[in-house]
Design a protein around this ligand. Sequence first.
Ligand code: ATP
Length: 306
Amino acid sequence: MTTGVTVSVPAKVNVQLAVGPLRPDGFHDLANVFFAVGLHDRVTAAPAETLRITCSGPGAELVPLDEGNLAARAAALLAARHGHPPAVHLHIDKDIPVAGGMAGGSADAAGALLACDALWGTGADREELLGLAAELGSDVPFSLLGGAALGRGRGERLTPLPVAGRFHWVFALADGGLSTPEVYRECDRLRGGEPAASRVPEPAPAPALLAALAGGDPAALAAAIAASGNDLQPAALSLRPALRRTLDAGLAAGALAGIVSGSGPTCAFLVKDTAAGHTLAQVLEASGTCRAARATTGPAPGAHIV
Ligand code: ATP
């Protein structure tokens, strides 16, 4: 592709994911502490006669290339709102694991919004883009925003959070994905099904976790992750028991904390610095408990044109 606009957009890990009661509409209220990290997809928008999607990178064969692709839906939504023909070639270069609990599809939707807006000159401001993003999915606004943020509602009502310094992470990538709706269903089942799943407490962010982010303190963040963590983790482990071995391998090798990322199956490990990250990534790859391991840092900026 010779002409076009390319947007880089980060993956996320949920350093806390508190899942509230099952609502009558089938969704859950969340207290979701999003944290953007340095694994990126690149979305390139180029002129075309019709809406067309291509995809490259690991797991590309699992990504739908029709209107089921979240990036295609994003382009169509922006076009419809501005009376623009939905004609664009979107190329997605994936580095975020597909169905990995790191919001890869949401990242591509955010990337497509920004790239199409620039290509078409629709001139949508930040507020409009965030509104469109929320229509597309609860993780899409955060992919635009980046950094760290508290998500309430289904995760889409965002408040940016202060973070001091950088935190170092290692991600253990798994073979195959987990379906997010299936993981929520398993969470409700483990809570005793209806009506018990509708009676769990309202979700709330952990003050110690927010303080650890603001203070740039990895040991305090690790303790807060161990205390409040990810309410979807028991469900992800129930559906994929082998993830227990991945988490144990990372913790045994010295990670400060280990957590399933979002709905899984990617596992996220907090480490103290870059050197510890590289060592842990090597140990995890050698352990045979994951497909690959990647060391990176955050917070990363949200979707931006490169
Ligand atoms: P989340 O963390 O937001 O729950 P995820 O990271 O677990 O999501 P995704 O990578 O977003 O999962 O993919 C979930 C499903 O969405 C995939 O199995 C795929 O069928 C579909 N999908 C639609 N568009 C995309 C896209 N652009 N990239 C990846 N998957 C997509």
